[in-house]
Design a protein around this ligand. Structure first.
Ligand SMILES: C[S@@+](CC[C@H](N)C(=O)[O-])C[C@H]1O[C@@H](n2cnc3c(N)ncnc32)[C@H](O)[C@@H]1O
Length: 219
């Protein structure tokens, strides 16, 4: 049997759903979203916070409003979500957010300067609860190492989830990394407050316990 000429398919942390968009969402994709697009290797004049998988963008828009001293880059593969965030930003007249529509792995590998991030937020990523799907979970060794090449010393990584076994795995992964500390180092960036997110709300309704895990890059 001949070997495939194509590289092995990367296991993705998301399943694209081809849901229908409303006419208003389509219009936002065409007319509003492009105004917030990320330009490769942009260097901001404010500390840059990457929010991975912002969903419909409400928590990110809230933070952008509260923290005008930061610039935010939101990554999301769900197009109606990206369009919704763009509309929220336009309504609130916020200019300290860019939106990277697409897979964050490609953003990191191809579009983002090294050591350009002062913080990374991953709020309620898809839990992939079935054991055979755990390999699809976003925060694993390879992805963490990729993230770390883009984080400056003192940058924080803030992970939140309502899935206890995901949190156990993430804490073990972070604790085993020599460049990370659960204590804020001298000069480390203060973690930002966050509102309750949509997916957090779902977890709360189902009686799940919420856990926030924060580490800093030490060197
Ligand atoms: C469970 S939702 C959480 C949304 C939001 N953070 C909240 O707490 O309500 C996870 C989001 O991550 C997005 N996502 C998953 N993998 C991604 C990837 N590789 N790049 C960008 N976004 C991703 C999904 O499209 C989804 O909107």
């Amino acid at each position: 049997m001949s070997e495939s000429i194509y590289p092995p398919r990367r296991i993705k942390s998301f399943a694209r759903c081809a849901g229908r968009m409303t006419p208003a969402q389509k219009l936002a994709v065409d007319t509003v979203l492009p105004g917030y697009g990320w330009i490769k290797n942009t260097v901001m004049d404010k500390p840059l916070i990457l929010d991975i998988g912002f969903g419909m963008g409400h928590s990110l828009a809230w933070q952008a409003e509260q923290y005008s001293q930061f610039h935010f880059l939101g990554a999301e593969v769900f197009l109606p979500g990206a369009a919704r965030l763009a509309t929220l930003l336009q309504e609130k007249k916020l200019s300290n957010v860019h939106i990277a529509y697409g897979d964050v792995v490609l953003l990191l590998k191809e579009q983002l300067a090294l050591q350009s991030l002062s913080g990374v937020q991953i709020f309620f990523p898809d839990p992939w609860p079935k054991k055979r799907h755990h390999k699809r979970r976003l925060l694993q060794t390879d992805f963490l190492n990729l993230l770390l090449t883009h984080m400056e010393p003192g940058a924080f990584l803030h992970f939140a989830s309502d899935w206890a076994d995901y949190c156990v795995g993430v804490k073990a992964l972070l604790a085993s990394h020599s460049k990370l500390s659960f204590e804020k180092p001298f000069g480390g960036i203060e973690v930002l407050e966050r509102p309750q997110t949509r997916y957090e709300n779902r977890g709360v309704v189902q009686g799940h316990e919420i856990e926030d895990i924060v580490v800093w890059v030490t060197s």
